[in-house]
Design a protein around this ligand. Structure first.
Ligand code: THU
Length: 131
């Protein structure tokens, strides 16, 4: 399953629309049904309107009926790991638990880093905070 997630993230990265940064990103989330959902970054001439790959993958999951994120893979370019931005960490938090694994791979699919959501977003605010 991890390999399938990496393959899906890499395929999504190929579809990226990174017209301004040229920084292609693909992401894949696995939901509670075991289904994989992919997304890519989509930039915009009005720069702040661009969306991250993780956001696209989460939207695809929600659209298909998934409500829990069991694992995340993010595929960036070569060099430094493409870490999820703060906003994406919070978006993942909405649907994931503290132990949810987040793997960052390069453009060949090599795993560069693995962290839990709690490591990337400690002491977080989430749906349970509103109860
Ligand atoms: N980006 C993502 O899609 N995900 C990340 O985890 C980090 C950054 C995108 C946003 C923008 O299109 C480009 O990478 C450069 O910041």
């Amino acid at each position: 399953m991890a390999d399938a997630m990496i393959a899906a993230a890499l395929a999504a990265r190929e579809r990226s629309y990174a017209a301004y940064s040229r920084f292609r990103v693909g992401a894949c989330v696995r939901c509670e049904r075991g289904t994989l959902h992919a997304g890519c970054n989509v930039e915009n001439a009005a720069y702040p309107e661009g969306v991250c790959a993780e956001a696209g993958a989460i939207s695809a999951m929600v659209l298909s009926g998934g409500r829990r994120i069991e694992a995340v893979v993010i595929a960036g370019g070569g060099g430094a790991p493409c870490m999820p931005c703060g906003g994406c960490r919070q978006k993942i938090r909405e649907f994931a638990g503290p132990d949810t694994p987040i793997r960052v791979v390069d453009d060949t699919g090599t795993v560069l880093l693995e962290r839990s959501l709690a490591e990337l977003l400690p002491d977080s605010f989430g749906p349970d905070s509103l109860l």
